[in-house]
Design a protein around this ligand. Sequence first.
Ligand code: ATP
Length: 371
Amino acid sequence: MPHIELIHVSKRWGNFVAVDDLNMVIDDRSFVILLGPSGCGKTTTLRMIAGLETPTQGKITIDGVTVFDAETGINLSAAKRDIGFLFQNYALWPHMTVFQNISFGLENLKWSKQAIKERVAEMLKVLKITQFADRYPSELSGGQQQRVAIARTLAPKPKVLFMDEPLSNLDAKLRSEMRTELKRLHADTNSTFVYVTHDQLEAMTLATQVCLMKDGLLQQYDPPLTVYGRPNNLFVADFVGNPTMNFIDSLAEQLPDGSIRLKCLGLQARFIPNSPCSLTSSRTILGIRPEYLTISDTGKIDATVYSALPSGMETTVKIRLHEQLLSSVVFGAKDFPVDHPIKCSIDGDAICLFDADSTACVAMGRIEMLG
Ligand code: ATP
């Protein structure tokens, strides 16, 4: 099965470590998104796999073929790695029609005239741009130009398609449309996509696997809903999700039955882990996604509304609890007056408990309020 493997891959410039000992397997036909804040090493990682940047250490294989190995000196050029690129700047040839832009690369690869005609027609259809075949790039919108660039990249049937922030030049509406198209395209073409973005929503909605990095170090490599629901550490929990997860400092004491007594925000609670865990520190941080902090008349926690932001489909309510502001998401068109007293509860069994020192997520579980 063709897949990409990165084994102990690092990139250093002088003493600066841009990518630190990265191990990762990119499965055939997956849609892997390299995600993380600016400067975390996403583009460097993509460029090393693509053959545009030479790693300092490690080994990379594509489809079982070693394309880079620091020990043996193997380093296949990008042209020999059977890959396609799509970057922020689509770089279409302005003097060529859409048809010519797509066929140009195939001519260079010495495809027959008939094969080129058929392949370009197929690509025009998949990208829904058949009607623009005879237009020049300047006669197309940004989104249409982008689809031409994708068609051109996919036409030679690369094993892997690399994309570096390909939607960042588009307006919000077009970006959202193109996300749908990209996801559909991935399903229709059976290609492997490796994609760089710093937009967590883009990663969550498109990826089959998210590779979240920080300071050159891999933080988590999992399907998006696992990254969201079972974050490895505080950084991951905070980076993914909007509104962000609520973090509450808490003092923890593990009881003989395995449950954990928590003191936080002047309240006492019991945390019941979903699976056995052992706390190494009493300094913990409780992590609650906004959808699990529920406003309801039966809630046992007294709070007040700090502000409410209704957006129609849902309302984000900022709740004031013991001088800390927490976010709750209420579904439906509801509004809440400022300083309004409310009751809330912490629901579900996807509450995270982090070790405040190591920042690792040490347990997932549910909360019972005491007293
Ligand atoms: P962004 O989202 O801002 O594009 P990124 O996560 O893609 O960021 P990279 O472009 O991979 O980040 O860069 C990782 C780090 O390596 C950055 O701190 C950057 O300044 C550094 N870096 C990149 N290229 C070089 C270079 N040629 N020489 C020295 N340092 C570099």
